[in-house]
Design a protein around this ligand. Structure first.
Ligand SMILES: Nc1ncnc2c1ncn2[C@@H]1O[C@H](COP(=O)(O)OP(=O)(O)OP(=O)(O)O)[C@@H](O)[C@H]1O
Length: 258
């Protein structure tokens, strides 16, 4: 046992494009995440960030190499994992509470009192305590994404995989959601993999930033984020924050495809 929560070793992922030609989405990816670590993944469009998350989630199997969670090979989706996508993907005919508890209902055929109480607690934590009986169409984009986050946290997973969860939101809501996520994470620590296109978001949230190179996606660099926690609005104004953002921007933009 290595003590790592997530471990990718020599992972390659090939797909067949619709014209039948092979596409190598990921090549030789090695990555290890420690317990309760918050890791952001950035890189150019199409470099395999979502593919990486889908591998960890057990939604696909690697063409080569291994993906392990708590030392065990991932062969199928696991209960230790919660996932949040770019779009909230809520069921329009269910109310907010019904959406949050839906995975439990789907899996076990019913929602027990403990799950419902936890769903209400999560709703209160994300500031939507009064919205339990509203339908998704009655909520703003930010509120809908909060509901999706609450849904992913209902079973209190050890691992949270987030695929550009705030990219469809306006800038203000986005910052607000980042701080909310940090608060949830500090209250119930988890190992988080957070895919984003935003260097600022990656810096504000994470302990380390994985920079990926263009297709085939490889880990080009892993950058430690030396900013103190808790991160606050003051973090965003800190000159160190801006210097780091500039450094990373230069690295990302000067990196030639391999
Ligand atoms: N099921 C699939 N079948 C064929 N090709 C795929 C499949 N899934 C992903 N790909 C290809 O693999 C590459 C990586 O895709 P992926 O969605 O992981 O990239 P990404 O870094 O998340 O992109 P973006 O930042 O634009 O969301 C792309 O070239 C994509 O077309």
């Amino acid at each position: 046992m290595t003590g790592n929560v997530i471990e990718l070793a020599g992972v390659c992922q090939r797909f067949a494009a619709s014209d039948g030609r092979p596409v190598t989405a990921l090549a030789d990816v090695d990555l290890a995440l420690r317990p309760h670590e918050f890791v952001a993944v950035i890189g150019p469009s199409g470099c395999g960030k979502s593919t990486l998350l889908r591998l960890v989630a057990g939604l696909i199997r690697p063409s080569a190499g291994s993906v392990r969670i708590f030392g065990m090979e991932v062969t199928e989706p696991r209960d230790e994992i919660g996932m949040v996508f770019q779009k909230p993907v809520l069921l329009p005919w269910l109310d907010v509470l019904g959406n949050i508890t839906f995975p439990m209902k789907h899996k076990y055929g019913r929602v027990d009192a403990r799950d419902e109480a936890r769903a209400r607690e999560l709703l209160a934590m994300i500031g939507l305590g009064d919205f339990a009986t509203r339908r998704p169409a009655e909520l703003s984009g930010g509120m809908q994404q909060r509901v999706a986050i609450a849904r992913s946290l209902l079973h209190d997973p050890d691992i949270l995989l987030m695929d550009e969860p705030f990219s469809a939101l306006d800038a203000l809501t986005r910052d607000e959601m980042s701080f909310e996520l940090l608060r949830l994470w500090s209250e119930r620590p988890k190992t988080v993999v957070f895919v984003t296109h935003s260097i600022q978001e990656a810096l504000l949230l994470s302990d380390r930033i994985v920079v990926m190179s263009a297709r085939p996606g490889r880990v080009a660099e892993i950058i430690d984020v030396p900013l103190a926690r808790p991160r606050t609005l003051a973090t965003l104004a800190d000159p160190v924050f801006h210097a780091l953002a500039n450094d990373i921007r230069v690295k990302v933009f000067t990196r030639k495809p391999e």
